[in-house]
Design a protein around this ligand. Structure first.
Ligand code: ADP
Ligand code: MG
Length: 229
């Protein structure tokens, strides 16, 4: 088992309002498995990814990723573990504006440099059609080029798991297809893929669809029967 969430809960307290964003979710993902997480806005998808990625400590429950429990590591160990184990891709790209494309691709591993990473960065820039954009800043790129930069950054360190939060949400059809193909290729190479998406093609190419509703995993049949998603 590459990724395991066991009875995970997260409550946000926002003034007088409390939100059960994730309410007793258990999930197991194998290496090479492609999971699509779907559900209406506010159902807890992003919270689930952040918890899985070691970025948000759950109030209860356990997370195991690649044999480690990220929330039992020190903050320094957890940061390094994330950088070496997880590739993140976001709807809003989250590139560093003052770094070039190539520097953005290399940015997660600068603190833990390994031989050959600069060569791998150049291969990925080539693969994603960014070789002639390598010295540009994100502001000078199209949205598709920005997301392809983020894909190269996510893949640089050969992650065990990809966590993608609506990565096609801002893209045209051609670039969305590149993202979907890349995630499918990742799963074929043995990477576990957790893909939050509203994209039907993404749900269709997934091995499994996890429908979230109100912070819980809904029954797929019930979800279809009620006509949602
Ligand atoms: P989704 O990604 O499916 O849209 P989120 O995980 O972002 O859902 O949010 C789940 C619920 O938690 C929503 O009701 C949202 O308003 C609430 N929420 C998310 N982040 C916070 C936060 N930092 N503080 C308070 N409430 C939050
Ligand atoms: Mg979200």
């Amino acid at each position: 088992m590459l990724l395991e969430l066991s009875h995970v809960r997260k409550v946000y307290t926002d003034g007088a309002r409390t939100v059960r964003a994730i309410d007793d979710v258990s999930l197991q993902v194998e290496a090479g498995e492609y999971i699509a997480v779907t559900g209406p806005s506010g159902c807890g998808k992003t919270t689930l990814l952040l918890i899985a990625g070691g970025l948000l400590r759950p109030d209860a429950g356990a997370v195991t990723l690649a044999g480690r429990e990220p929330y039992r590591l020190t903050p320094e160990q957890r940061t390094r573990f994330r950088a070496e184990t997880i590739g993140f891709v976001f709807q809003q790209f989250h590139l560093v504006p003052y770094l070039s494309v190539r520097e953005n691709v290399l940015s997660p591993v600068l603190a833990w440099w390994k031989e050959g990473l600069d060569r791998r960065a150049d291969e990925l820039l080539e693969r994603f059609g960014l070789a002639d954009r390598r010295d540009h800043r994100p502001a000078e790129l199209s949205t598709g080029e920005r997301q392809r930069t983020a894909l190269a950054r996510a893949l640089l360190h050969r992650p065990r798991v990809i966590l993608a939060d609506e990565p096609t949400g801002n893209l045209d059809a051609d670039n969305a297809a590149v993202v979907l193909q890349t995630l499918r290729d990742c799963a074929a190479e043995g990477i576990a893929v957790l893909h939050v998406t509203h994209n039907l093609a993404a749900a269709r190419q997934a091995d499994r669809v996890i429908p979230l509703q109100g912070g819980r995993i809904a029954e797929l049949q019930a979800t279809l029967a009620s006509g949602r998603e």
